[in-house]
Design a protein around this ligand. Structure first.
Ligand code: UD1
Length: 430
């Protein structure tokens, strides 16, 4: 497995181009299964999660054509997905195991073909990750659902039926799945307590362009008037707010100054307000924003993860790394996932002072310096937090198991090298 070696202590200066949003690309790629016409998606990031999902669509029978294009100053991918007729309605274990978001094929395949078999994804490092909301909502829409041999087997005679559904948690995944299913259902579906993340608004945008009738984007009540058919379109996906937030922390933790191009500050209001309170300057530009922490004494600040527009759980680990080298104490509370402090022991190996209380909160007391060490990635965002700690630490840090990073951070070493980081990938064969 590849490793990443970092020699820390260098402030980062320059420009970072923020890529298309992984968590928007994944459901939008699956939305292409709702129509027999081609759907072209622009600004798709080069990530292993996208590759895994493309492989699943190929096995379902989609035709995929991709090209590289320049968009707003950097190279991006445009991919056309065309599924005139699915040749398989099965999402096998080997695909879903590699990439949980494969479950986004559930809603579209069931709505268009009346049958789907999806391997249950199971838990993952950050928690149990149940699917009860996805499944009970589809049942409320008339689907017959059984669990057989580790697979969800869902059937519907005729079309799914509109229903009034209330989610017990504002699940991003369930909101996407049910939006896609309801787009082709008969009658009106109302989702109460829907997720409001920007990724959902982008999915609604593409579905409406494909001919769906969905109202309520950016609110917690979504109304979907089902239609019989959707058609092909071209859509450019939004940029990745979590990647932007992660590089914002890179500027802060190295006391540097980074201009984040194609970053949308509107999607990051809570994390950016915390950075400001910590003493970091944030300046808006025409194409994004600048994060400036030169000569700044970072002050620790509490973080409480919550549903959007609250603080994103996917930036919790990165902000914890920042608190490790800030003055004073900071309480970090994780309210979304039950097991999302696995980076703590690794940060402590680098000299961080962290006390975890139960599963949900941790007190970080800032230290003057972290020191480089070999550390182990446990999940995607925790891995980036270790890279950040390595950039701020004295000496050499080697982050092991970096395949997690390749799932969600496009050309990470190139982006860091371009702004002055001493970072290199050690290939498995080296
Ligand atoms: C998505 C993101 C992930 C992020 C998470 C929360 C993708 C591909 N992944 O994951 O990076 O951390 O949102 O912002 O977009 N829940 C249930 N039952 C369900 C579904 C969810 O109880 O059927 C609970 C979960 O246990 C969790 C909460 O709802 O506590 C949020 O989960 P959800 O929003 O569904 O996360 P994902 O969509 O899997």
């Amino acid at each position: 497995m590849d490793k990443i070696k970092i020699i820390g202590g260098k402030p980062l200066f320059g420009k970072v181009y923020i890529s298309g949003a992984k968590n928007t690309a994944l459901p939008i790629i699956c939305a292409s299964l709702l129509t027999e016409e081609p759907v072209t998606v622009k600004n798709i990031p080069f990530l292993s999660d996208i590759k895994s999902l493309n492989n699943l669509l190929l096995q379902i029978g989609s035709q995929i054509e991709e090209k590289t294009e320049e968009l707003n100053g950097h190279l991006t991918r445009t991919i056309t997905y065309h599924t005139p007729q699915a040749t398989s309605l099965v999402a096998p274990y080997d695909y879903v195991r590699k990439m949980r978001a494969s479950y986004y094929v559930l809603g579209p395949l069931l709505a268009r073909y009346g049958h789907v078999e999806l391997s249950l994804p199971g838990g993952c490092a950050i928690g149990a990750r149940p699917m009860d909301i996805h499944l009970s909502s589809l049942e409320q829409m008339g689907a017959n659902i059984e669990i057989k041999n580790g697979y969800v087997v869902a059937d519907i005679k005729g079309r799914l039926q509109g229903a009034h559904i209330s989610f017990h948690s504002a699940s991003v995944g369930a909101t996407c799945n049910i939006l896609m299913a309801a787009a082709l259902a008969e009658g009106t579906t109302v989702i109460e307590n829907a997720a409001k993340e920007p990724e959902i608004a982008d999915l609604i945008d593409i579905l409406n362009k494909m001919g769906a009738h969905i109202e309520g984007a950016n609110t917690s009540t979504l109304t979907i008037n089902g239609v019989e058919k959707l058609h092909g379109i071209t859509h450019t996906i939004i940029n990745d707010r979590i990647e932007a937030g992660s590089y914002a922390v890179a500027a802060a933790i190295t006391k540097g100054r980074l201009e984040l191009i194609n970053a949308n500050a509107e999607y990051l209001q809570t994390p950016l307000s915390i950075l400001r309170k910590m003493g970091v300057k944030i300046e808006m530009t025409d194409s994004g924003f600048i994060v400036d922490a030169q000569n700044c004494t970072l002050q620790g600040h509490d973080v409480y993860t919550d549903y959007y527009p609250g603080f994103p759980t996917d930036l919790q680990a990165q902000f914890m790394a920042l608190m490790c080298v800030s003055e004073g104490a900071a309480m970090i509370t994780e309210s979304i996932w039950e097991n999302r402090f696995m980076h703590v022991p690794e940060l402590m190996r680098m000299g961080a002072n962290i006390n975890v209380h139960g599963h949900a909160s941790a007190i970080v007391r800032g230290v003057k310096k972290l020191s480089g060490a070999p550390v182990m990635s446990t999940d995607l965002r925790a891995s980036f937090a270790l890279i950040l700690a390595g950039l701020a630490a004295e000496g050499e840090t080697v982050v092991n198991r970096v395949y997690h990073l390749d799932r969600g951070y496009e050309t990470l070493e190139e982006k860091f090298k371009a702004v002055g980081a001493d970072i290199e990938r050690i290939k498995e064969s080296d």
